[in-house]
Design a protein around this ligand. Structure first.
Ligand code: 13P
Ligand code: SF4
Length: 309
């Protein structure tokens, strides 16, 4: 898209934001022009907290569906717009509500911790809801030595390693295709040979073998903060490529490279300026979550947020 049309769309968005009393919340993986137009850009935990704080009638959520649903669940009185409702998360799709019920039957009296990257119906059956930045902290605070954790087997393994507890993945094989297949040992070695001496940071959704080759493991925003605070000038980010743009904006004096520039989450990239304009114009598509389900998930989310505070 040409620079002229980007600035025209930006002006339209600014005018529509005023007219609708709207804010735009965007995830760290969004395309640069969407990050640039957002009022706040962050990881899943920061976005959930921000959604609770914003003083606006309308939230436009630039991210995938479970994130927009979280914002709607936490804000029953606000209108939440998701500019492309087909932007889902294949990791979240690994876990159905029936899988959760079955796991609960097989492991009675074992708390069920769900990654926020899961569907609303599954979340309503969880005891706790966590994000990549809060998972280990919350599990370490529970009094039990064993938990069920879904749907990401890699994050489950990381939580087990950090907390020393038994973490049973539900289902056994849940994963994010971007982090499982596009950020592997070969990509990591290649990036290191291209940028010798760079610090390697990875997301806990990568496989354990890749995680163990890295210097730092954390959520997208934890990686960003590490770029800002760690010694060294060069950083390789082992996650979706969009995070590198964010890191360069925040730390222009550092050199940041995506571990694999082809590690793209196509769902995150479905949100465009044009779709944001369209959704603010038509006040559609609205995120609607069945009220009883929303109220149960809100309870679990709020309780989980209290534990990690
Ligand atoms: P963060 O909460 O770390 O931003 O992760 C969200 C996500 O979808 C990672 O793939
Ligand atoms: Fe889901 Fe993976 Fe995309 Fe994150 S990067 S939203 S986990 S598919």
């Amino acid at each position: 898209m040409g620079e002229g049309s980007v600035s025209r769309l930006r002006s339209e968005i600014e005018a529509l934001k005023k007219k609708r009393n709207a804010v735009i919340l965007a995830h760290n993986y969004q395309v640069p022009e969407v990050q640039d137009v957002a009022d706040f850009v962050g990881d899943s935990l920061e976005l959930a907290k921000k959604a609770l704080e914003v003083d606006a009638d309308v939230i436009v959520f630039a991210g995938v569906r479970f994130m927009a649903e979280t914002a709607a669940i936490l804000n029953p009185d606000k209108t939440v717009l998701h500019p492309d409702p087909t932007a889902g998360c294949p990791l979240a799709d690994f876990l159905s509500a029936d899988d959760v019920r079955r796991a609960r039957e097989e492991h009675p009296n074992t708390p069920l911790v769900l990654y926020i990257n899961s569907g609303t119906e599954a979340k309503a059956l969880a005891d706790y809801i966590v994000t990549s930045s809060s998972a280990s902290k919350l599990v370490s605070k529970l009094s039990t030595d064993k938990v069920l954790f879904g749907p990401d087997k890699n994050l489950a393994g990381y939580v087990a390693e950090v907390t020393g507890k038994e973490v049973i993945p539900v289902p056994r094989h849940g994963h994010c295709p971007v982090h499982e297949y596009l950020i592997d040992e070969v990509h990591l070695e290649l990036a290191k040979s291209e940028h010798p001496g760079a610090t390697v940071l990875v997301h806990p959704e990568v496989r354990a073998e890749v995680r163990r080759m890295a210097d730092f493991v954390g959520s997208t925003s934890q990686m960003l903060r590490a770029v800002g605070t760690l010694q060294g000038k060069e950083f390789i980010l082992g996650t979706e490529e969009g995070l590198s743009y964010r890191a360069r904006v925040l730390y222009p004096d550092k050199k940041v490279y995506p571990l694999n520039p082809k590690a793209v989450c196509v769902n995150m990239k479905k949100i465009t300026l044009l779709k944001i304009v369209d959704s603010l114009n038509r006040m559609k598509p609205k995120v609607v979550v069945e009220p009883a389900l929303a109220s149960r998930v809100r309870e679990v989310l709020e309780e989980s947020l209290k534990i990690i505070r």
